[in-house]
Design a protein around this ligand. Structure first.
Ligand SMILES: Nc1nc2c(ncn2[C@@H]2O[C@H](COP(=O)(O)OP(=O)(O)OP(=O)(O)O)[C@@H](O)[C@H]2O)c(=O)[nH]1
Ligand SMILES: [Zn+2]
Length: 196
């Protein structure tokens, strides 16, 4: 499958978002000065800025892999929120991340931080899945990486086709997590278990 290019973007212009949110309220037929809405543009600008420009902390702590342990490490049940780039509505993901360490192991929390870097953006579920796998492969120096994500998209549950029960599952499997059927099956069984 062709990869989906990762877009770049500038930091949020908070003042402009505040101004435009006021305009949006007017366009929606509201009185932006009424009690209850007067502070809404400021709040909306603050949450966009916090969500998109958040500092996700230190990403790259690795440890030298000194044991004979040669099996995978798998984190499952990681919950993150992202935003659908088509409708600007949230989607919630439950994610599993697995890799087979080579010379180095990564600090476990760093896998979650890297996932949040990609989730806190205007996104596609497929792109998050692929980008997290690619970053992990680079950071850990191994191709044996698998990422599974199960998403509920509000653009499909609260509007549009209004199918609240639908979950979208995506995966990106690299190296032996795709080519070794026994390893692939063991990882997939665990990776999808938290989503059931
Ligand atoms: N592949 C993919 N599609 C997504 C994702 N999030 C939302 N979409 C889809 O983006 C599509 C946009 O379709 P359009 O026809 O342009 O927009 P729309 O008329 O609002 O579509 P409906 O949702 O069918 O009402 C929809 O089919 C959404 O379900 C995602 O993460 N990945
Ligand atoms: Zn959408």
């Amino acid at each position: 499958m062709a990869s989906i290019p990762t877009p770049t973007r500038r930091p949020v212009d908070t003042g402009r978002v505040e101004h435009l949110t006021r305009e949006l309220l007017v366009a929606l037929g509201e009185d932006p000065d009424r009690e209850g809405l007067a502070d809404t543009p400021r709040r909306v600008a603050a949450w966009w800025t916090d969500f998109l420009d958040r500092d996700h902390g230190t990403l790259g702590t690795t440890f030298t892999h000194s044991t004979t342990h040669d099996d995978f490490v798998l984190l499952r049940g990681i919950e993150v929120w992202s935003l659908c780039e088509h409708h600007l509505l949230p989607f919630r993901l439950t994610v599993s991340i697995a890799y087979v360490p080579q010379a180095q192991v990564l600090g476990l929390s760093k896998l979650v931080r890297q996932l949040r870097v990609h989730a806190h953006a205007l996104q596609l579920q497929e792109r998050i899945t692929a980008d997290v796998a690619g970053d992990l492969a680079k950071a850990a120096g191994t191709d044996d990486v698998a990422v599974y994500a199960e998403g509920e998209h509000l653009c499909m549950s609260m509007r549009g086709v209004e199918t609240g029960s639908v979950r979208t599952v995506t995966s990106c499997r690299l190296g032996r997590t795709a080519s070794d059927p026994e390893l692939a099956a063991r990882i997939e069984r665990l990776a999808l278990a938290s989503a059931r």
